[in-house]
Design a protein around this ligand. Structure first.
Ligand code: PYR
Length: 353
């Protein structure tokens, strides 16, 4: 009798454990951003809400911001090792570790966001990104686009290439390497350290994003010259997922995660457009002295030449880099021919009104 009751209790316990386990799967996500960071942090929150809703509550995404895990530029390793199941960050932050990751955020003089999304989803982008991340036990998915970025905040006006020589600038990824060719000392710092570094003159210039985020960061109070962009035409953040964790999920939950990532990425792009337009108006109202500048033709020429030179070097050194660069350039050529007679022509027609 006692044995029967024990067996019954044990099976009830087992069933309830299985039901619970089957009911809710918690995935821990480490984001590079600080707590409640606007737009980027909204993307992870939207993703978590979508994953929960679409799965009927079976997926629970627990987000840890940088103040919790303390490794804003260590998210790659946190997810690779399995300390976290997922991450939200930017692929070009891992350039020093895995150089080929840098091609999947944005490229100087490269594709704009609409072109790059087409490359990711309808051309070779996703497959190439997977080739780079698979050896590291990771999947990477687009994680939201900032849209066109500004060339950065400078304490002094930059008129000639000589003005860049020796300048200390926060600028990550391939653009940093290009700037280095012109004598700049590039550094990468996480967002939380940027304002103080500029105020304290640890750096002379920085680029972060554009009006969508630069306003709240206080940059208009720290530097006067705001240069237009050439280096980050379509910065795509990324969702990272530990491969073993993802492969171990039921296929319907894998699909739900993919949909939730794609939709929250799209929403971040749209939100970025909206916030940039809104905040640019506010920025001008609050700081009428902001001086918007374009780099001179000579500087742009040198930047373009350095870009071509470095791309050729990377392609020569690494066959996978060569395939990624060739794929991006071929797609850019095709996509830009269309942009030229559509959006560029249209805005030109508007300007002539
Ligand atoms: C940056 O780190 O500069 C970004 O745009 C995310």
């Amino acid at each position: 009798m006692i044995m029967k009751r024990m067996t019954l209790i044990l099976s009830c316990l087992l069933i309830s454990r299985l039901t619970l386990a089957a009911d809710v799967i918690t995935l821990k996500l480490a984001e590079t951003w600080g707590p409640d960071y606007p737009i980027f942090g909204d993307a992870t929150k939207n993703f978590a809400a979508l994953a929960a809703e679409l799965s009927g509550g079976r997926l629970n995404i627990q987000i840890d911001s940088a103040d919790v895990h303390q490794q804003p530029l260590g998210v790659f390793d946190l997810v690779k090792s399995g300390d976290y199941d997922m991450g939200h960050s930017a692929s070009y932050y891992w350039t020093d570790k895995v150089p080929n990751t840098q091609y999947f955020s944005t490229m100087p003089f490269g594709m704009i966001a609409s072109e790059q999304y087409s490359w990711f989803y309808f051309d070779d982008g996703m497959a190439l990104m997977d080739e780079v991340y698979a050896p590291h036990n990771l999947y990477s998915f687009p994680g939201g686009n900032t849209g066109q970025q500004m060339g950065g905040w400078f304490k002094q006006e930059i008129r000639t290439p000589d003005d860049l020589d020796g300048l200390r600038m926060r600028i990550p990824g391939f653009a940093g390497e290009i700037m280095a060719e012109l004598g700049v000392q590039p550094v990468n710092l996480p967002s939380g350290e940027l304002y103080q570094a500029l105020i304290n003159r640890e750096i002379d210039a920085l680029e972060w994003v554009g009006p969508s985020l630069d306003l709240a960061m206080g940059f208009p109070n720290a530097a006067e010259y705001y240069y237009t962009g050439w280096h980050e035409p379509a910065t795509e953040l990324q969702f990272l997922i530990n491969r073993e964790v993802f492969n171990g999920l039921p296929t319907d939950l894998q699909e739900i995660l993919k949909v939730a990532m794609r939709l929250s990425a799209y929403d971040m792009w749209v939100q970025s457009q909206h916030e940039s337009a809104k905040n640019w108006a506010t920025m001008l109202e609050q700081n009428p002295n902001i001086k918007v500048r374009q780099f001179s033709d000579e500087i742009m020429k040198q930047l373009r030449e350095a870009n071509r030179r470095l791309l050729a070097q990377k392609a020569e050194q690494d066959p996978l880099a060569a395939r990624i660069i060739a794929s991006q350039q071929a797609y850019l050529e095709k996509a830009r021919a269309w942009i030229d007679i559509s959006e560029r022509a249209y805005t030109g027609n508007m300007d002539a009104r």
